[in-house]
Design a binder for this molecule. Structure first.
Ligand code: MN
Length: 232
């Protein structure tokens, strides 16, 4: 096979205690999945059906305990952090029942859904798609994936984010409005999930802006941490 142009690279994420890496396919993101965050975004946290948006695979960038830097993206004056539980799909499927959904999970990680909030809200208020607010390169720094088989039951864990050492976000993944299993089941009714897909499950309250030079430290208990500096 000869390509007319160079094929896009495969974006991969490291796996804890494993030599192989996880190839990122699609990145699905759940919107407003913690009640306190829905309220801070000016929405009622009713248990409406979940909704999803997407990021491209090149949003995923490897993060970890060793500091990395992501660029301050163009076109925004309000660049926000959203710390999230990230689910890596190991087995695809459609119409997956809630009771079997976790069989499709390869593992979990801590990640950031970095957001150009001004562009997102402008699009939202005009009834337009969110892509410019959410879907740009390196907008999803993600830590090492911890295999579900090694974690066992994983439905409760502290999730936190500090910026320059100051607390910004603090919650627990047990407060997800739509659980991991429910999100997988719902999503798989509309789209056949594929191995390599990623689901970012939504952020708790406390989202706010970061500036060039700020250092974000995110963590979820048992998944380790990530340290991400905002570049120029
Ligand atoms: Mn988010």
């Amino acid at each position: 096979m000869e390509y007319a142009v160079s094929p896009a690279p495969i974006h991969t994420l490291a796996i804890a205690d494993r030599p192989e890496t996880f190839p990122v396919n699609r990145v699905f993101c759940v919107g407003r999945n913690y009640a306190a965050h829905a309220r801070e975004m000016g929405k009622d946290p009713e248990r409406d059906p979940p909704f999803f948006f997407m990021k491209p695979a090149n949003a995923a960038v490897q993060a970890g305990e060793v500091e990395i830097s992501i660029p301050y993206p163009p076109g925004t004056a309000n660049f926000h952090h959203e710390i999230e539980l990230v689910v890596a799909i190991g087995k695809g499927g459609a119409d997956i029942p809630v009771g079997r959904a976790l069989e499709h999970v390869y593992g979990y990680a801590v990640g950031l859904d970095m957001t150009r909030r001004d562009l997102q809200l402008e699009a939202r208020d005009k009834g337009r798609p969110w892509e410019f607010g959410k879907s740009f390169p390196k907008s999803a720094p993600i830590g090492r994936i911890h295999r579900a088989a090694d974690l066992g039951v994983f439905s409760s864990a502290a999730i936190t984010l500090t910026v320059n050492g100051q607390p910004r976000q603090s919650s627990d993944i047990s407060k997800l409005i739509w659980s991991v299993a429910e999100s997988i089941a719902y999503l798989s009714r509309y789209d056949t999930l594929e191995a390599g897909d990623i689901i970012m499950t939504g952020t708790p309250e406390g989202v706010n802006s970061v500036q060039a030079g700020d250092v974000m430290r995110g963590a979820i208990d048992r998944l380790g941490g990530i340290v991400v500096r905002v570049g120029q």
